[in-house]
Ligand binder design. Structure first.
Ligand SMILES: Nc1ncnc2c1ncn2[C@@H]1O[C@H](COP(=O)(O)OP(=O)(O)OP(=O)(O)O)[C@@H](O)[C@H]1O
Ligand SMILES: N[C@@H](CCO)C(=O)O
Length: 293
């Protein structure tokens, strides 16, 4: 038996659509696997009632197939589904790390990234790796067709999750098919700024680089209260604010001393819009961890 804690993640960070991701220090899924002749999946925890236990429909089923590793699997969800916090990816990442160990497949963490991404194709139609990569590797990750690069960074984050669901599949439908050259230039500049900020663990540069003129404005429309939440977070000291993943969670970078104030301001703004929410005072964290074997 192997048990793995797989963290929530935030993809995109504004300027890095389908490329950037960060592991969050909290929340997390806990995935336990045991060898079995046939694969079965049991899901408990936050939002478990919305998650299929059929291996064909759960992200973990695709990982089992890819590793040829049938197992009895228990997923204890800490990451709510359809949150923008890489819920589907956390389970897939945890299963990939756990099954690799259970069956002694000997794959490196980086080699497990495309395997876990197969699970994302099951739910969103695209095997994007920007959530599974940080959930497996930890830190700040950059994923391209050439593979994944990662760096540890110490950046305080606040993630505010409203009590509404947005599916990644739906949120991908509003992404523009093309972008004007000016927007492309702005996005490249922001993404490069953010990457330098991560390498220097500088929350000001990271926040500055989180702006995105192409994808985020379209997705923000799906989140009631987004503009107010963003403004209030900046007023409270956030250095950057954007949609987390496909939403509806909103993520802010800040300094340690401002984290509580930013969290309170974001919650208050959602409350003003009539939306219940919860805030995670988080930071960039480590990747999947084997808890027990
Ligand atoms: N193991 C799993 N954990 C969570 N959701 C799962 C899992 N397997 C299948 N799903 C399905 O995936 C969907 C949630 O995934 P989705 O990508 O929409 O949200 P998310 O992972 O929280 O968001 P994002 O990718 O934007 O961070 C739900 O429909 C859920 O039923
Ligand atoms: N990059 C993906 C992440 C989903 O969490 C998207 O934004 O659709």
């Amino acid at each position: 038996m192997v048990t793995v804690r797989a963290p929530a993640t935030s993809a995109n960070l504004g300027s890095g659509f389908d490329v950037f991701g960060t592991a969050l220090s909290r929340p997390a899924d806990v995935v336990t696997v045991e060898k079995a002749a046939e694969t079965t999946i049991e899901v408990t925890g936050v939002g478990a009632q919305y998650i299929p236990e059929d291996p064909e429909k759960n992200t973990v089923g695709a990982v089992v197939e890819a590793l040829d590793a049938p197992a009895r699997i228990h997923i204890d969800k800490g990451v709510r589904p359809a949150s923008g916090l890489g819920s589907s990816a956390a389970s897939a990442a945890g299963a990939a790390v756990a099954l690799n160990r259970l069956y002694d497949r000997g794959l490196s963490r980086k080699e497990l990234v495309p395997i876990a991404a197969e699970g994302e194709a099951v739910v969103s139609g695209v095997a994007h790796s920007d959530n599974v990569a940080p959930s497996i590797l930890g830190g700040f990750t950059v994923t391209t067709a050439e593979g994944t690069r990662s760096v540890d960074a110490a950046i305080p984050l606040v993630v505010c999750l409203p009590d509404v669901a947005v599916s990644t599949r739906d949120a991908r439908r509003v992404v523009p098919e093309t972008a004007p050259m000016d927007d492309l230039v702005e996005t490249v500049g922001n993404a490069a700024t953010l990457a330098i900020g991560m390498c220097r663990s500088d929350p000001d540069l990271v926040g500055l680089g989180m702006d995105d003129p192409v994808v985020t404005p379209e997705r923000a429309r799906l989140i009631t209260g987004y503009d107010e939440v963003r403004e209030r977070a900046f007023d409270a000291g956030a250095t950057g604010v954007t949609v987390s993943g496909a939403g509806p969670a909103v993520i802010a970078a800040c300094r340690d001393r401002d984290r509580r104030r930013v969290a309170a301001a974001m919650l208050d703004a959602f409350d003003g819009a009539g939306i219940e929410a919860r805030a995670y005072q988080s930071r960039i964290g480590r990747g999947s961890t084997i808890l027990d074997e």
